[in-house]
Ligand binder design. Structure first.
Ligand SMILES: C[S@@+](CC[C@H](N)C(=O)[O-])C[C@H]1O[C@@H](n2cnc3c(N)ncnc32)[C@H](O)[C@@H]1O
Length: 289
């Protein structure tokens, strides 16, 4: 949090975009720095988080415009707000803890819940639609490409066999099928549940996460004023790699300077306060012209 705020470096009167409002933690701190003459443009694909943050920020002295929008739609949002360029843009990728565990989103295999995974209610197809209709080969490719699942083919085969008997409509049934497709591994304290990668890949596919990030990384640097900053926090190595490459290419094009030659990771104190921040990597650029 402190490092992000330092890199964003919000000044009174500036205009800043929080692409991933979430529960409003970053935005609260940013609006305090922007003050009554500043403007925060806040977006989130999840109307429930948007409403939560709107309540949290209702007494803010800084004007805030809220948008139920995907950050891939950044240019539409700025057009609606009548703004061409801004002083800073923040994207804190991934999901908030409530989304990971609340049954409404159907993302967790820690308990039985309808297999859904859509964060944005505008998304047409749920995870159940994907696993009950995809061709076996396509399903295996999604698991391999998005989460590097080495047993992707075995898992896809298991899913296709099981859905012939009854459709797979709950998170716990899918998790059981995945576990039964993977050879037993020696028990160890650090072992992650074998279903984790399949759930991650499906979540990314259902919500179009790769395409959304690509669109953001293309558009956001264009929307910065000279001297403006873009900060992105990612939680997975594939996302961090994309951010690193995109930042390097705008730097090579002479358009921006990379402010973080190495990604910034959280301090031990922050990890102790918020264990889910453990895998966070923060990178930032500053627009030159
Ligand atoms: C890690 S949380 C952000 C937490 C926030 N920075 C805070 O301090 O509370 C990520 C948020 O981004 C939203 N999100 C994920 N992908 C998005 C996208 N493509 N466009 C807009 N919001 C997105 C999620 O719905 C979630 O609320």
């Amino acid at each position: 949090m402190d490092e992000t705020l330092g890199l964003i470096s919000a000044q009174p009167g500036q205009t800043i975009v929080d692409c991933t409002l979430g529960r409003g933690g970053h935005s609260q701190a940013i609006t305090e720095q922007l003050g009554p003459t500043g403007l925060l443009i806040a977006l989130d694909v999840d109307p429930r988080n948007l409403e939560f943050a709107r309540q949290r920020l209702k007494d803010s002295s800084c004007p805030i415009r809220f948008f139920h929008a995907n950050f891939a739609e950044l240019s539409d949002v700025l057009a609606l707000a009548g703004i061409e360029k801004v002083d800073a843009i923040l994207a804190d990728l991934g999901l908030s803890t409530n989304q990971l565990f609340d049954a409404h989103y159907g993302l967790s295999f820690a308990q039985s819940m309808p297999l859904d995974m859509r964060i944005d209610p505008r998304t047409p197809r749920s995870a159940a639609d994907w696993v009950n209709s995809m061709k076996e080969e396509d399903l295996a490719n999604v698991l391999y490409q998005l989460a590097q699942e080495r047993y992707s083919r075995r898992i896809a085969r298991k899913i296709v066999e099981a859905r012939r008997i009854t459709p797979i409509n709950t998170t716990d049934r899918l998790a059981e099928l995945v576990r039964s497709a993977i050879p037993l591994q020696g028990a160890g304290p650090k072992q992650i549940d074998p279903a984790t990668r399949t759930f991650l890949a499906l979540r990314m596919a259902v919500n179009g996460e790769v395409a959304n990030l690509d669109a953001l990384l293309l558009e956001a640097p264009r929307r910065l004023k000279a001297g403006g900053r873009l900060a992105v926090i990612s939680f997975q190595s594939t996302e961090d790699r994309k951010v690193k490459q995109a930042f390097r290419s705008v730097e090579q094009a002479g358009l921006a300077k990379v402010l973080t030659p190495k990604p910034i990771t959280p301090t031990e104190a922050e990890v102790a306060r918020n264990p889910r921040s453990r895998s966070a990597k923060l990178r930032a650029i500053q627009k030159l012209s």
